[in-house]
Design a binder for this molecule. Structure first.
Ligand code: GLV
Length: 326
């Protein structure tokens, strides 16, 4: 790069121009102005000679992508989860990886409660019956759900989002417990105070189990046949973390066997594909990965990613670097 040359940054998905305008002022921007992702080959082609990358959680930034981008200095994920990025490989190449924690906590916690209420009170089922013209009128025992008051919410992954979900529970008269594993506090913040149980104890005793762990080798298929059989038959599973944390086939099996009462799922193992068996079940409420999908949060996520890129390209520390132990 000569003195006059601006750094080059690839933005892999459509984002509002107001969010990107500080980037345009300082950089030469290669903007994939589409809502659909680039293919991996196209992503690699466009990464050549880039100094910065703004990417989404479903862009695969692996060794192949990193190896074409010899000048890359910063990868700014517009996401909190960075399981799509080979972070150790990036760090080994001296590339700074950043994400967008905190600002999406509230939106994701709200969606978690939305799914939790929808599945326990059978909102999706009721909506489908009405639309299909199948409602014949009020009856005493039609679509009876499960009341939350007095029940136990088990949080697996009491980090930022898990704690924000837990904080709402007392308003519904629920008890909260969290799993001692894999990680339960975040730096510099007082954790939400609640009993800490082993994973098995939490599964055995909770009426709602809500997942808030990052996807890592340790959490992949954390919810599987062995853990599902530990849950109460009356319990519900909620997942707004990453699809890979749940073995979808095992979950469909557990629902068939009536080992649990239902599930609320925002994330799936093979997005955008949804396990067809799960999608057929009335007692499963599905949303298409909407955890952070509010106007306010998505704007803030985009702005933070842009800021992170600009800070690094100006030789300063990013606002929200990803540490190796995420
Ligand atoms: C979205 O799933 C995110 O990790 O922010």
């Amino acid at each position: 790069m000569t003195l006059e040359e601006k750094p080059r940054v690839l933005v892999t998905r459509r984002m509002p121009s107001a969010v990107l305008s500080p980037l345009y002022r300082a950089c030469e921007v290669d903007f994939h102005d589409h809502s659909q992702a680039l293919t991996h080959t196209a992503l690699c082609d466009r990464l050549v000679e880039k100094d910065g990358l703004i990417c989404m959680f479903n862009d695969r930034i692996d060794e192949a992508a990193l190896s074409v981008a010899s000048g890359l200095k910063v990868i700014a994920a517009v996401a909190v989860g960075v399981d799509n990025i080979d972070v150790p490989a990036a760090k080994a190449r001296g590339i700074i990886v950043t994400n967008t924690p905190d600002i999406l906590t509230r939106a994701t916690a709200e969606l978690t409660w939305g799914l939790l209420l929808a599945v326990t009170r059978r909102v999706g089922e009721g909506d489908r019956v009405l639309r299909d013209g199948g409602w014949t009128g009020w009856t005493f025992d039609f679509l009876l759900g499960t009341e939350l008051h007095g029940k136990q919410l088990g949080i697996i992954g009491a980090g930022r989002i898990g704690q924000a979900v837990a904080a709402v529970a007392p308003a519904f008269g629920m008890r909260v417990v969290c799993a001692a594993w894999p990680r339960q506090t975040q730096r510099n913040k007082k954790p939400f105070e609640c009993p800490v149980l082993s994973l098995d104890e939490l599964l055995l005793t909770s009426d709602i189990v809500s997942l808030h762990v990052p996807l890592t080798a340790e959490t992949h298929h954390l919810i599987n046949r062995r853990t599902l059989v530990r849950m109460k038959r009356s319990a519900f599973l909620i997942n707004t973390s990453r699809g890979g944390v749940v073995d979808d086939v095992a979950l469909a099996w557990a629902l068939d066997q009536r080992l649990i009462a239902g599930a609320g799922l925002d994330v799936f193992e093979d997005e955008p594909n949804v396990n067809r068996e799960l999608a057929k079940k009335e007692n499963v409420c599905l949303t298409p990965h909407l955890g952070s999908a509010t106007r306010e949060t998505r704007t803030a996520m985009g702005e933070l990613a842009v800021r992170n890129v600009l800070e690094v390209l100006a030789g300063r520390s990013p606002v929200t670097p990803v540490s190796l132990n995420v």
